[in-house]
Design a protein around this ligand. Sequence first.
Ligand SMILES: *[C@@H]1O[C@H](CO)[C@@H](O)[C@H](O)[C@H]1NC(C)=O
Ligand SMILES: *[C@@H]1O[C@H](CO)[C@@H](O)[C@H](O)[C@H]1NC(C)=O
Ligand SMILES: *[C@@H]1O[C@H](CO)[C@@H](O)[C@H](O)[C@H]1NC(C)=O
Ligand SMILES: *[C@@H]1O[C@H](CO)[C@@H](O)[C@H](O)[C@H]1NC(C)=O
Ligand SMILES: *[C@@H]1O[C@H](CO)[C@@H](O)[C@H](O)[C@H]1NC(C)=O
Ligand SMILES: *[C@@H]1O[C@H](CO)[C@@H](O)[C@H](O)[C@H]1NC(C)=O
Length: 496
Amino acid sequence: MRYNNSSSGEECPLTKGRSYKYTLSMYCGDGLKFIISCFTILTISITTTLILQILYADGSPQDKASIHGAVATDYTNCSQIGSKILRKGGNAVDAAVAATICMTVVAPHKTGLGGGGYIMIYNHKEQSEPIIVDFANNTITDNFVQDEIRIPAVLKGLEHAHKLKGKLPWNEIVKPSVSLAKGGFVVSKELASEISKNINYEILYGHINAGDILKLHDLSDLLNAVALEGTNVLYNGSFSQKLLHDKVKLLKLLPQLVNYKPDVYIAKKSSFYKHAIYYSPHMSLLKSMITALENLKISTDNTSIVETDIEVAKTLINSVSIPLQIKQYVKEERYTGVVAMDWEDTYVCIITGLSTPFGLGHMSSVGFLLDKADTNNNLSTLVPIIFHNEKALCGLRGVFGTDDILIIGQLLYSIIVRQLNVSEAVEHPRYYFSSDEFVIENDPKHSIDALIRSQLNLIVQLETDSILKSVNVIIKRKDLMSSHSDSRGGGLASRF
Ligand SMILES: *[C@@H]1O[C@H](CO)[C@@H](O)[C@H](O)[C@H]1NC(C)=O
Ligand SMILES: *[C@@H]1O[C@H](CO)[C@@H](O)[C@H](O)[C@H]1NC(C)=O
Ligand SMILES: *[C@@H]1O[C@H](CO)[C@@H](O)[C@H](O)[C@H]1NC(C)=O
Ligand SMILES: *[C@@H]1O[C@H](CO)[C@@H](O)[C@H](O)[C@H]1NC(C)=O
Ligand SMILES: *[C@@H]1O[C@H](CO)[C@@H](O)[C@H](O)[C@H]1NC(C)=O
Ligand SMILES: *[C@@H]1O[C@H](CO)[C@@H](O)[C@H](O)[C@H]1NC(C)=O
């Protein structure tokens, strides 16, 4: 076995050459390669390769056994918590659930136990239709709306997915995040900057800088109880009694908390350049966008020319701007996507978020922020995506999630039609819709081609410190798995 570590001190944990008890699904016989890309906000540039490449030159059984799975999140320790779960024998559902609980601890501006989201689960060997656990749509009910509070749905959603498809005991999934909240975690640049924007957030978390250690004792107590006794401690137990200071409101809300259940249904499917694309059924706009791109019938010879990029951009923008549903689009990044793949070829995307960064901004006495809800459910823009080649079992397949339909179009085009590798596809400069205009990224790492920019008449350029929406992706070609955590989100993918 040889591996080639050309990267500069990149965080990219390796475990190699050990024998594990798992049987890998290695039905594609593409030699034995595993590549993981590690990028950080500080070091990445599109053209600089800071990629750790591990090449397993020959296919001895031990080598096979060392290729297991990957987890990509916006925070490196959360990816690691996920990959540790895989190492313990957990599957992709266990890993993604554990990593998401971790994100609720380290990124309260983007997600939290007060929020909601979607989970998509798919097994490529079984080729069954992906299921979706929806804990976003049904989180706004009458009483909660009156009080502008979302039913805190994340734990119920995660527990539901774990009960359906998880392998490891629940306790082992939650425990790593209890330790992280209790022992403290390193505050990310993004969290520090979000907290500094508002004095109220500084009251909640203190005046903290990026790199400081933050401990969340109340949250760790809650998670510890959840680990030991299940989520009922929050929905119908001692912690639910402490959720709100206002006893009158609390009495109204408790019955709804007790009865809260996520919805589960089958994903919707569309065809795109000979690939099946699965998404949540409420995203009807996505179907028309996919169809519009499909109708361009772009030939592979033409994918690297600027004219094609322009045509694609125009098509994407037209397909989303005409139906005016675009009004829902939210400017701030207030979601986080966790993706995982395991050796059984299970793919999972968990996308969770809040209506606005930090939700209502009031700390409940059980250690997390409740989310703000109005009748316009802002979490309905969250979409998990899974795709695979329709004909070839060993063809390209992958998983990601975001809250922006325009980004989905750009990524599907880059990965499936342009056949960019996962790092290039994720780090490619993007255009967004923001409030009532299209904007393009223009920071040193993500700067769109000047010709495309002028051709598109994009109205304003984003300032460098403006929205940067993170999309973490894992793809597989034959038996080769590649994962990439978006440098916009600040995390690194971890694999086992
Ligand atoms: C987080 O990651 C860093 C770097 O890999 C590691 O040193 C640290 O122990 C991790 N912390 C936890 C709580 O896992
Ligand atoms: C809530 O807890 C009470 C008391 O433990 C129990 O009687 C009741 O069945 C629970 N309700 C639900 C919906 O689980
Ligand atoms: C949300 O749920 C309601 C009923 O539970 C259903 O009628 C509606 O279509 C759902 N909306 C979305 C966007 O999924
Ligand atoms: C490639 O693009 C050019 C210019 O847009 C176009 O004229 C040509 O028909 C395209 N070729 C194919 C095979 O689609
Ligand atoms: C939901 O999004 C809309 C449109 O961006 C925004 O006006 C509204 O304030 C958001 N709702 C909440 C609760 O943040
Ligand atoms: C992805 O593509 C870029 C540009 O072609 C290349 O520099 C990089 O090495 C590739 N990365 C991987 C992991 O193959």
